[in-house]
Design a protein around this ligand. Structure first.
Ligand SMILES: Nc1ncnc2c1ncn2[C@@H]1O[C@H](COP(=O)(O)OP(=O)(O)OP(=O)(O)O)[C@@H](O)[C@H]1O
Ligand SMILES: [Mg+2]
Length: 461
């Protein structure tokens, strides 16, 4: 319910406005002077403030300034019997939404208020939409045919519409965020906000104010009141990513909002109620964290109402061909290139790979393959080239043969050169191992030993 503050020293007008707005379904507070109003807006957030301009002591203009500094998003309407062009311009300059002259029709005020709040809602929605667009790729659809993934889709479909909390566990890059979005966008909440928060990316104090908001002056730098992400997500879904990295303080606060569905802003003394669906994710073993005391057990059970475990890609290799084709389609469409065809040998290499970075690693690889493809086909060599590219480019010509006082990592240097030459030989020989071994004047056995040492897979004998 939207909150409106009515400020007027004239009792009859104050009464009429309050009654009319309450009837229209708003939550109304009214005060009799500017002083009280200024005090109140420091402590509470209103969606709209409607204030008289001429009042003893503190006037409407001062109230307007106080509101705008405490909560810039609040809509302010000014009422006055002394309409002059000057005061209207002045009020608008300080951020008033509109200007009403007494006497006015109650209907007219109601319409203006409805429009103002509607406009504000659209602005918020627009902001959220922009946030979502910034993570465009996240709209990509979930792909998978393995039994494990089919089960995940099943759970997503079944629980999307419930209010129960969800905990998604899985290694990095397995698609936890994508699943969280799928839950939201398949639910009745899909038109309301989906707000993702990475709990590990920000320090504790900042995270607290991010999640719950803060009141002006509650800490250095809190120059105005600010709504937290739980408020912004109201009606929708909040995605608490990397929940395993939260500190005990944050864990207690999360427990409270989960249990009571209410919280306080940092420095605030008002309980704020919200209706938010919570989806959390982690790549940590939370059960272990509970056992060693770094994660609250009660919070764990509150979150793990609907558990979703995403298996690593290497445990569901059946999904690889589907994902490869999905990403080939997507990246060629995005870059306006013709879609390359992948050879059977190349697909084998992908099926054999470890995929420590899971789907994200595969996605990145296909993106590079498409970006560099010129011949409309993806060969085994292309795939090997990208899979085993040395992380730090070793350039023998620029090798630091001079030894300084800093010293040099001899082993690392030699390994780098060795791996680089193995790959170069394989590439030149089109991944025929015997040929590559000959190029390096190694016998087959010691060549194989070295391939194993550097986890270079694939190729033919
Ligand atoms: N099943 C899938 N189908 C299509 N794309 C997927 C699938 N799973 C993951 N992806 C893609 O892989 C990338 C990584 O997925 P996501 O960000 O959801 O992983 P994550 O588990 O949240 O990883 P992290 O723990 O590193 O944050 C994304 O770009 C996503 O679009
Ligand atoms: Mg993630």
């Amino acid at each position: 319910m939207e909150k409106i503050l009515v400020v007027d020293d004239e009792p009859s007008l104050r009464e009429v406005l309050s009654i009319m707005l309450k009837r229209a379904g708003y939550f109304v507070t009214s005060v009799t002077d500017g002083e009280e109003a200024v005090e109140l807006v420091q402590k509470e957030i209103f969606d709209l403030v409607i204030t008289d301009l001429r009042m003893p002591k503190i006037d409407g203009m001062e109230v307007l300034k106080a509101v705008k500094s405490a909560s810039p998003e609040t809509v302010v309407l000014i009422i006055t019997a002394f309409a002059t062009a000057d005061s209207a311009v002045e009020a608008m300059k300080h951020g008033a939404y509109d200007y009403l002259t007494k006497p006015f029709q109650v209907d007219e005020v109601q319409l203006i208020i409805r429009n103002a709040l509607e406009k504000r809602r659209l602005t918020t929605e627009n902001m959220l939409l922009k946030r979502e667009m910034a993570s465009q790729s996240s709209f990509a659809q979930l792909v998978g045919q393995s039994e494990a993934m089919q089960k995940v889709f099943d759970v997503v479909r079944k629980v999307a519409d419930s209010k129960s909390n969800v905990l998604i566990c899985g290694e990095s890059g397995t698609g936890k965020e994508l699943v969280a979005r799928a839950i939201h966008y398949n639910s009745a909440r899909s038109t309301l906000p989906f707000v993702a928060v990475n709990c590990s990316a920000v320090p504790e104090t900042l995270l607290e104010s991010e999640l719950f908001g803060h009141m002006k002056g509650s800490f250095t730098g809190a120059i105005s009141n600010k709504a937290g992400l739980f408020e912004i997500a109201n009606g929708g879904t909040i995605f608490l990513d990397e929940i395993g990295d939260t500190t005990p303080t944050i864990q207690v606060k999360l427990l409270r909002v989960i249990q009571e569905r209410e919280f306080r802003r940092v420095g605030g003394n008002q309980d704020i109620k919200v209706d938010v669906r919570i989806v959390a994710a982690t790549n940590k073993d939370l059960e272990k964290a509970v056992a060693d005391g770094s994660f609250r057990e009660d919070l764990y059970y509150r979150l793990d109402v609907i558990p979703i475990r995403l298996p690593p890609l290497r445990m569901r290799t059946g999904d690889i061909p589907l994902l490869v084709n999905h990403f080939l389609d997507r990246f060629s469409k995005e870059s306006g290139k013709s879609r390359p065809v992948i050879s059977a040998e190349a697909m084998h290499v992908l099926l054999d790979h470890e995929w420590r970075g899971n789907v994200r690693e595969l996605e990145n690889l296909i993106e590079r393959v498409v970006a560099f493809s010129t011949e409309g086909s993806v060969t085994e060599g292309d795939v090997h080239g990208w899979l085993h590219r040395p992380t730090t480019p070793s350039q023998p010509s620029a090798m630091p043969l001079d030894l300084t006082d800093e010293g040099v990592d001899l082993e690392g240097l030699i390994n780098g050169i060795e791996k680089d030459l193995l790959l170069k030989a394989l590439e030149r020989s089109k991944w025929v191992k015997k040929k590559a071994a000959r190029m390096l004047r190694l016998n087959t056995r010691s060549f194989r030993y070295r391939l194993e040492k550097y986890a270079i897979k694939g190729g033919r004998d």
